[in-house]
Design a protein. Structure first.
Length: 297
């Protein structure tokens, strides 16, 4: 769980500086006036941790009622959402549920590989969610790229009917969810554009590979691999130049395919990458321009 917020540093007295805490954050952790916070220095940033362990546990837990949109969404989606948002525990209020619905809910939760354990209470279910052993989103972004590269290689060498494609697609999807979970928990939340890209890429690439013939895949596979590598590598390393390279290559391939009048599925995939990549590099272009203008002044 994370809350993005900007606070202004203010002066207190002659030499002290103070920063206020977001009300929403304090409320979620149950903090009140007089409570203590530990301040840890981690490289170039500070981390605030409540001294009271109960506050930490509360912040890592989300409670929902199994009705309305939650009930429509079903057990997989609600547990996936809790996982992606960085929670370690999900409490589901099941008061009033009929036996069949309750059994279906428990079964669905236990079948989700993001769920570690489900404990039944009187009117609630306590769901423990898995935690990644290594919490480094950039490493997982590189791992996602590796899985996507594997999918393209398999389709090139063995054809798109290979069962390993579906297996790797699932692995890539799991990695993408882990990336989002880590970015939420560590307070380095991906922007909405990167968020949508990370969660969509495994299925977009998979759809292209299973819908195209081997000749089409072999013809454009190397260029697609470079596009994916530069796009995800640029996100992982915060490199606008690598993302720009991915955008340019995607645009060139797309133009060639349009002129040939073929491979509409790949054109659609490249159009998405081009559009998203362009939006991702905009901040880097503006920032570089602002720095340049500052130097000229």
């Amino acid at each position: 769980m994370s809350l993005n917020s900007t606070r202004r540093i203010q002066r207190l007295g002659g030499s002290s500086l103070i920063v206020t805490l977001p009300k929403q954050w304090a409320k979620k952790l149950g903090l009140k006036v007089g409570d203590e916070l530990m301040i840890l220095e981690e490289g170039d940033h500070l981390k605030l941790i409540p001294s009271d362990n109960k506050a930490v546990i509360k912040a890592e837990t989300v409670s929902i009622k199994y009705n309305g949109i939650a009930k429509i969404a079903g057990p997989k989606i609600i547990s996936d959402c809790a996982y992606i948002h960085g929670y370690k525990k999900l409490i589901i209020n099941v008061k009033g549920l009929d036996e069949a619905t309750f059994s279906q809910l428990v079964k669905g939760l236990n079948e989700n590989d993001k769920v570690e354990n489900v404990t039944e209470g009187i009117d609630s279910l306590e769901v423990d969610l898995l935690s990644p052993q290594e919490e480094d989103s950039n490493k997982f972004i590189k791992e996602l790229n590796s899985r996507l590269q594997d999918m393209v290689d398999i389709a090139m060498n063995e054809g798109n009917a290979n069962n390993d494609l579906e297996k790797i697609r699932k692995e890539a999807e799991d990695i993408s969810m882990t990336i989002l979970r880590i970015s939420k928990r560590e307070g380095e939340q991906l922007d909405s554009i990167s968020y949508g890209l990370i969660i969509s890429l495994p299925n977009l690439v998979y759809s292209y590979l299973v819908s195209s013939n081997k000749e089409q895949i072999n013809k454009n596979s190397q260029a697609l691999k470079i596009v994916l590598s530069d796009l995800l590598g640029g996100i992982a390393s915060n490199s606008g130049r690598r993302i720009l390279n991915a955008v340019k290559i995607a645009s060139e391939i797309k133009s060639t395919l349009k002129n040939e009048g073929s491979d509409g599925i790949l054109i659609s995939l490249l159009s998405i990458i081009e559009s998203i990549g362009t939006k991702l590099i905009c901040p880097a272009i503006v920032e570089e321009s602002e720095v340049s203008n500052f130097r000229e002044e």
